[in-house]
Design a protein around this ligand. Structure first.
Ligand code: SAM
Length: 232
């Protein structure tokens, strides 16, 4: 689990909403949440500095539409919308996290971000250009990562959700970007290539570099390591 020491910042004068957000350190940012959400931050929500770097990796031009797959209380969407010119949508299955995320966006007056209360299986990937994932489905197979008991958890859901996301991402055009933070990256199809890493390799930028319909097999080459061990 990521654990960090945050030195006390020397506080600069703050003149805009964006500066207001970027001036936060992670533990300060989390003060915007109720206790039960703040207490889960170190394990379950992306640190604010990582959110900013991930958003910068994903937004290639003003208006890039980014989807956070399992957005929790909305840190990534808030930081991304405040520090880039992209448009951020978070989809989240837990209503209490949806409410916390919407409250946060309203309180910080962050526009170009919205939160959808839904399961990822109901979302059209055609409406988005780029995607962010921080361990959305792992709690189905790792009980110690369980956030709460508000939603059904089963190992078959890990397989179902992972396969669904993988298939949707396969259909996206060449050049599509994904950023993953931690995790097995099993949701990322083989037609994407990891082109950049940060934070000791825990943050990865993937770009779709070849069509999933192309036959990339080479009979003389050793087989690629399996990135989807739960389905074999
Ligand atoms: C580890 S948290 C990451 C939250 C946020 N993306 C971040 O980086 O701070 C994963 C989130 O995915 C949500 N989630 C898991 N499965 C989901 C599904 N099938 N549909 C929508 N949200 C889901 C969980 O409720 C949880 O809030």
């Amino acid at each position: 689990m990521p654990t960090r020491f945050y030195p006390q910042p020397s506080t600069p004068p703050i003149e805009s909403d964006t500066e207001f957000l970027t001036a936060f350190r992670d533990h300060e940012f989390d003060q915007h949440y109720p206790d039960h959400i703040r207490e889960q931050s170190a394990c379950h929500w992306t640190p604010i500095d990582v959110c900013q770097m991930a958003a910068q990796m994903l937004v290639e031009a003003p208006g890039t539409r980014v989807l956070d797959i399992g957005c929790g209380p909305g840190k990534f969407c808030a930081a991304g919308a405040a520090t880039t010119l992209g448009h951020f949508t978070g989809v989240e299955q837990r209503i209490r996290l949806v409410k916390a995320a919407r409250d946060l966006l309203e309180r910080l007056r962050i526009t170009r971000a919205e939160i959808v209360h839904a399961n990822i299986t109901t979302i059209s990937f055609a409406a988005f250009d780029a995607f962010y994932l921080f361990n959305p489905f792992e709690e189905n197979i790792l009980p110690m990562l369980r956030i709460d008991h508000d939603v059904e958890m089963e190992s078959r859901l890990y397989d179902d959700y992972t396969l669904h996301v993988q298939q949707q991402l396969e259909l996206k055009p060449l050049g599509t970007r994904i950023v993953t933070y931690y995790g097995s990256c099993a949701e990322v199809p083989e037609c994407y290539t990891c082109v950049k890493t940060a934070y000791d390799g825990t943050l990865k930028l993937w770009v779709k570099t070849h069509s999933h319909l192309e036959d990339t097999s080479d009979s003389d080459a050793p087989p690629e390591p399996c990135r989807f061990p739960h389905l074999i």
